[in-house]
Design a protein around this ligand. Structure first.
Ligand SMILES: Nc1ncnc2c1ncn2[C@@H]1O[C@H](COP(=O)(O)OP(=O)(O)O)[C@@H](O)[C@H]1O
Ligand SMILES: [Mg+2]
Length: 296
């Protein structure tokens, strides 16, 4: 996946993986506000990895109170390799996965077990552990992740964490903050995706309003009319995130009322249970996506 700008930031991630491949592992925490491109940057770095084992997980708002839910996701593809671990560590890992009869081990032993597992795996090929949206990862996972990230200096292991600012427990790891794109890059991203024929004044207004946030540039550019930004965004808001929220709320209002009601019901189910009561049909999902502007 090719991204606009972010050359210095990409270099930091390339350097991390280059060094880890050579046996000097490390960690980087990519930090950015919603829509700033943390996931896009990490994806772009991963796309360049050849011959690596990439383990990937993402924090979920709905599972942040479930101990080790994110760690389970991260280690699921390799848990079968646990036989190589010392018994104490194997049992600790099994306790996280609900295998075996023991109670959940302490974070320290689980950390050692994950480190041991990654160490075994890295003997065959370099390993990259990626945790996206770490601000929503459960606390146990964050503790283990930070524990592992601090101890991979002599391993073929890279740990890449993407998060919003202020994620607890990671402050001592190297941080890579993402700020807004500069005006020239913002304009080039906007031009590559916005409707052709928008005049320069309109583009300037979108660039100014988006503050370099790629998601805002893409979303604001999507429905800019020939006379400029839609009227509803002409007044100032507290920030880009609020403007984005308002934009999605406005699109939701355009849904036919029956679709809006079933969308509210689905969202309520997801917020309280972590999943929809019944699987949405493809045509329903396509209709919602079209109205909200997510359809390709
Ligand atoms: N540097 C970039 N160049 C092109 N598109 C980008 C760039 N950064 C982000 N995007 C796009 O902007 C949107 C939001 O980016 P994303 O990585 O999901 O943000 P975050 O994960 O920080 O919330 C996505 O559609 C992504 O593809
Ligand atoms: Mg993201």
């Amino acid at each position: 996946m090719s991204i606009v700008a972010r050359r210095d930031e990409s270099r930091v991630l390339d350097e991390l993986t280059r060094s880890a491949r050579g046996g000097q592992g490390g960690a980087v925490v990519v930090v950015g506000a919603a829509g700033m491109g943390t996931t896009a940057l990490v994806d772009s770095a991963l796309a360049g990895l050849d011959g690596w084992l990439v383990l990937r997980a993402a924090g979920s708002e709905f599972e942040r109170d479930l101990p080790y839910s994110c760690l389970r996701q991260l280690c699921a593809p390799v848990v079968e390799q646990r036989a190589a671990l010392p018994a104490v560590q194997r049992k600790a890992l099994e306790s996280v996965f609900g295998l075996g009869g023991g109670t959940t081990a302490s974070p320290l032993v689980i950390g050692l077990a994950v480190l041991g597992l990654l160490h075994e795996l890295a003997r065959r090929r370099p390993v990259c552990c990626v945790v996206d949206d770490a601000q929503w990862a459960d606390e146990g996972t964050r503790q283990v992740l930070a524990f592992v990230a601090r101890r991979v200096g002599a391993e073929r292991i890279a740990v890449v964490i993407a998060t919003r600012a202020g994620c607890p427990g990671l402050s001592d790891l190297p941080h890579l903050p993402l700020s807004g794109l500069g005006d020239a890059d913002a304009r080039s991203l906007l031009r590559s995706t916005a409707r052709p024929g928008l005049d320069d004044e309109v583009l300037d207004r979108i660039v100014a309003e988006a503050g370099g946030n790629p998601l805002a540039l893409l979303e604001f550019g999507r429905d800019a009319g020939p006379l400029g930004l839609p009227v509803h965004r002409a007044h100032h808001r507290a920030g880009v995130a609020e403007a984005l929220e308002a934009e999605f709320a406005r699109r939701a209002k355009r849904l036919p009322s029956a679709t809006r009601t079933s969308l509210s019901r689905t969202l309520r189910d997801v917020m309280s249970n972590g999943c929809a009561a019944s699987a949405p049909t493809t045509s329903w999902s396509a209709e919602v996506a079209w109205h909200l502007g997510f359809a390709q």
